[in-house]
Write a protein that binds this ligand. Structure first.
Ligand code: ADP
Ligand code: MG
Length: 554
C-alpha cells in the first residue's frame, strides 16, 4: 500500500525538538491533551450527526478508551469521534495552525524576545501544553490510525518526531474515529499501569463529558458528565481550572470563573472564564469571541456571532441553551432572537460581576491586573452598547497626574477643585511622554487632575460619550479647556497677570507672523514654564486623533 513521507512544517520541527528535550516534570499532561482532542472529536461528530444521522448509525455511544499493552510497551488512546482523512492528518498533525500550539509558539517567541534567551525556557510547555505534539514527551514513535466518519478509506500516520512523518492507506484503522498508539520511551513504563492512568484521568480530565475507560475496567475513570451541569458546590477550583484549559486551549489560570444558570423565559447555563493573561489574538480585526455554544449538552459551534458582544471577547467557556432547536444551523443562529436575549443576559451578568470586583477596596491590585489586560477591549462597549454605558464608565480606569495608580472616574470627581466642572484628559500613546506635555503645566499648578488616556480606542469613545455624571470630558489640548474659573490650591500659584496691552501686542504679532498656519492665537491660563502650545479649537478634531488619522492615511 502506498505510503508517503512528508516533512513537518519548520515550526513544528522546532517545537518537537523542544518537546523531546524537555525535562519538564509533569509529562503526564500528554494524556490530558490526547483526551481533550478525543473529546473534541466526539463533540464534532455529535454535531455533524444532527443533520446526518447516518454518521453515527451502528454506534451512537461515544467513548474514549485507554489501553496499555505491557508486552508491546504501547499505550493506545482511541475514540469513536469524527476521525481524520488524509488531508486532515497532514494539515492537523503536520503544521502549527492549531490554537493550543499556536498559543504556545506565540508565548515562546514573545518570551525569547523579551529575554533574548532563545528557546531555553521550557517551563512554558507546562504552562501552555503543546496539544498533540506532547505525545512525543513520552513516546519515541507515534502512530495515528484514523477513519473519518462516513468515509470508507482509513489511514495511518506515523512519526518518530524527528522532522518527518509518513501517511498512507490502512486497513487497521478503526471503523470510525482515531486510535493513537504511543510507543513509550525507556523509563516511561508508568503509563502502562492502569491505576496510574486512572488517577491521571481523574486529575486532568474529570470534566470531560465523554466516558474515559481505562484497560478492562467497565466503569469510566472520569465523572463523564458535563462539568457545567454539576452543582457549584461539587466542583473544585482545580476542576474549574482544568476545564478552562480544555475549553480555551490556553494554559494560564482563570482570573475569574462565572458559573450560573439563567432561568425564566429562557433557560441556559453558563460557565465562563476571564483569563488572567491576554490571549495573543485579542486584537485581530474580526474581534471574534471564542465561547462555545451547546444546546442541551450537544456542542453546536465555537464563537457564534451575536452570543457574546465584541467588547467581551476575552471571555472563554461554554453557554448551554435549553431552548434553542438542536437542528439550528450555524448560519441561522445569528438571526435567532433567543440568542440576542441570551447575549443581553450574559453581558449584564458579566459586567455586574466585574463591577463588584471593581468596587471591592481589597481587590484593587487584582482588578488593576484585569484592567491592564482587557480595559482597552471593554472600552469598545462605551460606543457600541449604549445600554451598558453607565456600568462601563464605572468599570473604567486610567492613570492620571494624581499618583502612580489607576484611578476611577468616581475617584477623579471626588478630587475635583472648586470651580472645576469638567473631567480633563490628554490622549496619546505613551503615559510618560504625556506626563511631560506642556499642556499640563497650568493644570498641575492649580492642582487639577488630568487623566492619561493611552489606548487608540479612547479617541473613539470620547466622540460619543461626552460626559460622566454631568461632568463633560474635556481634552487639555483643546481651546476650550481653560482654567480661569478654578481657584488655585495656593494663592502664590495664581498666574501673575501680564499687562493687558503688551499681551495684546504679542498676540497680534504672532497672528501676523503665523498667518494661515494657525486658526487663532489666544492667551491661556494653562501654561506655566512654556511660552506657547498648540491646541485644537473647540469642535475641531483633537490633535492626537488628527495625528492618528493622518498616520493611518499614509
Ligand atoms: P488543538 O486541540 O489546540 O487544536 P492539537 O495539537 O491538540 O491542537 O490538535 C491538533 C488538531 O488535530 C485538532 O485541532 C484536531 O483537528 C486534530 N485532532 C487531534 N486529535 C484528534 C482526534 N483524536 N480526532 C480527530 N481530530 C484530532
Ligand atoms: Mg488539543
Amino acid at each position: 500500500m502506498s505510503e508517503e513521507k512528508l516533512s513537518f512544517q519548520a515550526e513544528v520541527s522546532r517545537l518537537l525538538d523542544i518537546v523531546a528535550h524537555s525535562l519538564y516534570s509533569e509529562k503526564e499532561v500528554f494524556l490530558r491533551e490526547l483526551i481533550s482532542n478525543a473529546s473534541d472529536a466526539c463533540d464534532k461528530l455529535r454535531y455533524a450527526s444532527l443533520t446526518q444521522p447516518d454518521l453515527t448509525a451502528g454506534d451512537a455511544n461515544f467513548r474514549i478508551t485507554l489501553t496499555p499493552d505491557t508486552a508491546a510497551r504501547t499505550l493506545t488512546i482511541a475514540d469513536n469521534g469524527i476521525g481524520m482523512n488524509r488531508e486532515e492528518l497532514v494539515e492537523n498533525l503536520g503544521t502549527i495552525a492549531r490554537s493550543g500550539t499556536a498559543n504556545f509558539m506565540a508565548a515562546l517567541s514573545q518570551k525569547a524576545e523579551a529575554e533574548k534567551a532563545g528557546e531555553k525556557d521550557l517551563s512554558l510547555i507546562g504552562q501552555f501544553g503543546v496539544g498533540f505534539y506532547s505525545a512525543f514527551m513520552v513516546a519515541g514513535e507515534v502512530e495515528v490510525f484514523s477513519r473519518k466518519a462516513g468515509d470508507s478509506q482509513g489511514w495511518r500516520w506515523a512519526s518518530d518526531g524527528k522532522g518527518s512523518f509518513t501517511v498512507g492507506e490502512s486497513d487497521d484503522a478503526p471503523a470510525r474515529g482515531s486510535r493513537i498508539v504511543l510507543h513509550l520511551r525507556d523509563g516511561e513504563d508508568d503509563y502502562l499501569q492502569t491505576y496510574r492512568l486512572q488517577s491521571i484521568v481523574k486529575k486532568y480530565s474529570d470534566h470531560i463529558s465523554i466516558p474515559v475507560l481505562v484497560g478492562d475496567d467497565e466503569k469510566p475513570a472520569n465523572a463523564a458528565s458535563a462539568l457545567w451541569t454539576r452543582s457549584k458546590s461539587d466542583i473544585t477550583a482545580e476542576q474549574y481550572k482544568e476545564f478552562y484549559h480544555h475549553v480555551s486551549h490556553a494554559f494560564d489560570e482563570p482570573w475569574l470563573t462565572l458559573h450560573w444558570r439563567a432561568e425564566g423565559v429562557l433557560e441556559y447555563t453558563n460557565l465562563l472564564f476571564i483569563p488572567e493573561s491576554k490571549p495573543f489574538d485579542l486584537f485581530e480585526p474580526e474581534r471574534k469571541h471564542r465561547v462555545k455554544l451547546y444546546v442541551r449538552r450537544v456542542f453546536i459551534t465555537e464563537g457564534p456571532e451575536g452570543l457574546i458582544p465584541a467588547y467581551l471577547r476575552f471571555l472563554r467557556g461554554v453557554v448551554d441553551s435549553e431552548d434553542l432547536p438542536l437542528n439550528v444551523s450555524r448560519e441561522m443562529l445569528q438571526h435567532n432572537p433567543m440568542l440576542a436575549k441570551m447575549r443581553t443576559g450574559i453581558a449584564k451578568r458579566v459586567l455586574g460581576d466585574l463591577a463588584r470586583k471593581a468596587d471591592d477596596a481589597d481587590a484593587k491590585a487584582d482588578y488593576a491586573r484585569f484592567w491592564e489586560n482587557f480595559g482597552a477591549v471593554l472600552k469598545e462597549g462605551l460606543y457600541e452598547e449604549r445600554e451598558q454605558r453607565d456600568t462601563l464608565l464605572k468599570l473604567l480606569r486610567a492613570y492620571s497626574t494624581h499618583g502612580d495608580e489607576l484611578v476611577s472616574l468616581e475617584d477623579y470627581v471626588g478630587r475635583m477643585k472648586p470651580g472645576q466642572d469638567a473631567i480633563y484628559y490628554i490622549t496619546g500613546e505613551d503615559k510618560a511622554a504625556l506626563a511631560r506635555s506642556p499642556h499640563l503645566e497650568g493644570f498641575r499648578a492649580k492642582g487639577v487632575e488630568v487623566l492619561f488616556l493611552t489606548d487608540a480606542v479612547d479617541e473613539f469613545w470620547l466622540q460619543s460619550v461626552t460626559q460622566y455624571k454631568d461632568h463633560a470630558f474635556k481634552s487639555v489640548t483643546r481651546g476650550g479647556a481653560d482654567l480661569a474659573n478654578v481657584t488655585a490650591e495656593d494663592k502664590a500659584e495664581e498666574t501673575p497677570k501680564a499687562p493687558e496691552d503688551s499681551v495684546a501686542d504679542l498676540v497680534a504679532l504672532a497672528k501676523l507672523t503665523l498667518g494661515d498656519a494657525v486658526k487663532d492665537v489666544r492667551t491661556s491660563e494653562r501654561l506655566r514654564e512654556s511660552a506657547v502650545c498648540l491646541v485644537a479649537d473647540e469642535g475641531d478634531m483633537d490633535i492626537h486623533l488628527e495625528r492618528m488619522l493622518k498616520a493611518h492615511r499614509r
